[in-house]
Design a protein around this ligand. Structure first.
Ligand code: NDP
Ligand SMILES: Nc1nc2c(c(=O)[nH]1)N=C([C@H](O)[C@@H](O)CO)CN2
Length: 240
């Protein structure tokens, strides 16, 4: 994707895993990047060396969302894109009251993108037809539900629906799309048996890694026409 303007791309949760891969992919092409990070990771030093603006932001409370948005607006009057990647994959468990699980999932997957999209709307508008993008990272489970991550799936489904609402509200200046991955990459704590079972769930039987999301983000940001849609990255899982 060639930058058709020099405004930065904002990536939430940009200090590790998929968010970090996205940030690095833009920086490699001299596309300016702002990342939101919560915890301090070794990768932050490298991102800063490569010119990324790294803003600490904890979205667990609404005040943190507003504070972060104000920091972004001070750093960047215009934004090329906002990529809502920050997320927590929280399962229901006896250790946490279910109302806290749902509150936490709604906070990061619904309140955070809902508020940031509205607070940053002036930074996204004013760059011409299809001049900016919003991309929501949702999940394949929006389609199927999840018996172990009920609140997580419900919150991602709300985020999926907001994709269409914000696409209607912000067109034609801003395109709004969702990316709904199934397995992309494992977590270090995933044991061999979990990994074996997870790989069996798709036709392609791989954990493809971050590049699948990076490539789809580039496709969406290069388009002048694709908006209001959810783009699944699932290895043929529904056909298993
Ligand atoms: N990995 C996969 O296989 C799949 C990923 N996805 C989606 O893709 C996206 C990226 O996935 P992945 O890279 O695995 O994500 P991670 O689970 O690694 O989390 C991404 C980041 O979100 C940040 N975050 C979580 N809660 C908050 C909060 N309250 N405030 C600020 N930041 C927060 C985390 O910060 P901290 O480290 O400080 O907690 C973390 O750095 C997510 O939206 C995910 O749901 C969907 C399906 C499959
Ligand atoms: N925020 C996160 N969301 C999800 C993750 C993750 O690590 N962080 N992982 C998955 C799984 O890979 C799942 O798609 C397959 O078991 C889902 N969401």
């Amino acid at each position: 994707m060639e930058p058709h303007n020099s405004a930065p791309v904002l990536i939430t949760g940009g200090a590790r895993r998929i968010g970090l891969a996205l940030a690095k992919s833009f920086l490699l092409r001299d596309i300016p990047v702002i990342i939101a990070y919560r915890s301090d990771y070794p990768a932050l030093a490298e991102l800063k060396e490569q010119g990324a603006i790294c803003l600490q932001g904890d979205f667990s409370e609404h005040a943190g969302i507003y504070r972060f948005a104000n920091q972004v607006i001070q750093e960047a009057p215009k934004l090329r894109a906002v990529i809502h990647n920050a997320s927590a994959w929280l399962a229901e468990s006896a250790a946490i009251p279910s109302e806290q699980v749902m509150a936490s999932m709604l906070q990061i997957h619904v309140y955070t993108p809902y508020l940031l999209n509205q607070l940053l709307e002036p930074c996204l508008r004013g760059q011409g037809q299809a001049g900016a993008d919003i991309i929501h990272l949702t999940d394949y489970v929006v389609e199927k539900g999840s018996d172990k991550h009920i609140a997580y799936a419900a919150s991602k489904a709300a985020l999926d629906n907001m994709t269409r609402s914000f696409a209607r509200k912000l067109a034609p200046e801003v395109k709004v799309n969702a990316i709904a991955p199934a397995l992309i990459m494992f977590n270090p704590s995933d044991d061999d048996e979990y990994r074996r079972q997870a790989l069996e769930k798709s036709l392609m039987k791989i954990a493809p890694g971050e590049s699948e999301v990076v490539n789809l983000v580039d496709y969406l940001m290069n388009s002048r026409y694709v908006t209001g849609r959810t783009h699944t990255v699932d290895g043929g899982r529904p056909l298993r």
